[in-house]
Design a protein around this ligand. Structure first.
Ligand SMILES: CSC[C@H]1O[C@H](OP(=O)(O)O)[C@H](O)[C@@H]1O
Ligand SMILES: Nc1ncnc2[nH]cnc12
Length: 291
């Protein structure tokens, strides 16, 4: 078994992890281009951690411009064994008010302007996304949320929209009819790429607003979100510290099999594979391509 290295992707309002000891920012080059920022590597209680601010420090990279492939490749390349995403989101349900942490278990991907796969011509691969988050990680996050007394809800469907504009009232109502619980702009294709990279992934969707559907709350704007984010970020730090205190130091297998997602995924015969693409896949698919 390998040692655990926990990757944390910080969303809006989360640009640092001050609790990290021995922390250093490292620029990581990837075959897919530049990640959103350097990676902050350090440890807490002896557990190695890597932090990446999804929008970069200073929030200069918007949801459609994030190089999701570079971010996931970089985290895999430095040896992360698990990924936890911290994300701001809107709520599509009355009983998930601002301040609630939703441990999402499903996604609907409505994004359309992003690179969504590491595979392509010369190496065709298909992974399952039926269960897009790691049940093992969610279990640990739920336990941590209970211990830290953070209002949370286990399970929920996250609608990933392209943005950067917020939804119209009709869209917001439609997503509610579809049975979605929260809405955000970033977790897809992030979750798909984490799956292709065999990284168990879970997201903590931290509610900041009621999107635009709620008659008593009107339309969402960034002021409202920022007002809620400070409180959410405080709680997120507590959640992560609690998670770490009980996190296995030896990487445990994912009960959903996401750490072996590529086992039967690649269809292209070895003699038909594109050598250039094979080089680019050196980090994300090394387990299956090197045998
Ligand atoms: C600041 S509001 C919109 C912005 O916040 C969320 O990003 P993240 O998931 O990185 O916290 C949302 O998806 C939007 O990108
Ligand atoms: N209402 C909303 N829609 C999309 N992304 C969000 N991030 C935070 N609130 C959001």
């Amino acid at each position: 078994m390998s040692k655990s290295k926990l990757g944390i992707i910080g969303g809006s309002g989360v640009y640092n992890l001050p609790e990290l000891s021995g922390a250093k920012w490292h620029d990581i080059a990837t075959p897919w281009g530049a990640p959103s920022d350097a990676l902050l590597e350090g440890e807490i209680d002896g557990l190695p951690l890597v932090f990446l601010p999804r929008h970069g420090r200073g929030h200069a990279v918007g949801p459609s411009d994030i190089n999701y492939r570079a971010n996931i490749d970089a985290l895999k390349r430095v040896g992360c064994t698990h990924l936890v995403s911290l994300s701001a989101c809107g709520s599509l349900r009355e009983d998930l008010p601002p301040g609630t942490f939703v441990l999402v278990d499903q996604f609907i991907d409505r994004t359309f302007k992003r690179e969504k796969s590491f595979f392509g011509p010369g190496c065709v691969g298909h992974v399952s996304m039926a269960h897009p988050v790691s049940p093992t990680l969610v279990e640990r996050l739920e336990k941590a949320a209970q211990e830290a007394k953070i209002p949370h809800s286990r399970g929920g469907t996250y609608l990933a929209m392209e943005g950067p504009q917020f939804s119209t009232l009709a869209e917001s109502r439609l997503y509610r009819q579809w049975g979605c619980d929260v809405i955000g702009m970033t977790n897809m294709p992030e979750a798909k790429l984490a799956r292709e990279a065999e990284l168990p992934y879970a997201t903590v969707a931290m509610v900041t607003d009621f999107d635009s559907w709620h008659p008593a709350h009107g339309e969402v704007d960034v002021r409202q979100i920022i007002a809620q984010i400070t409180d959410n970020v405080e709680k997120a730090r507590k959640l992560i510290l609690t998670l770490i205190s009980d996190f296995p130091r030896e990487a445990e297998p994912c009960a959903g099999g996401s750490d072996k997602a590529l086992e039967f995924a690649i269809l292209t015969a070895p003699e038909n594979r594109d050598p250039e693409l094979m080089k680019k896949l050196d980090a994300v698919a090394s387990r299956v391509l090197s045998r």
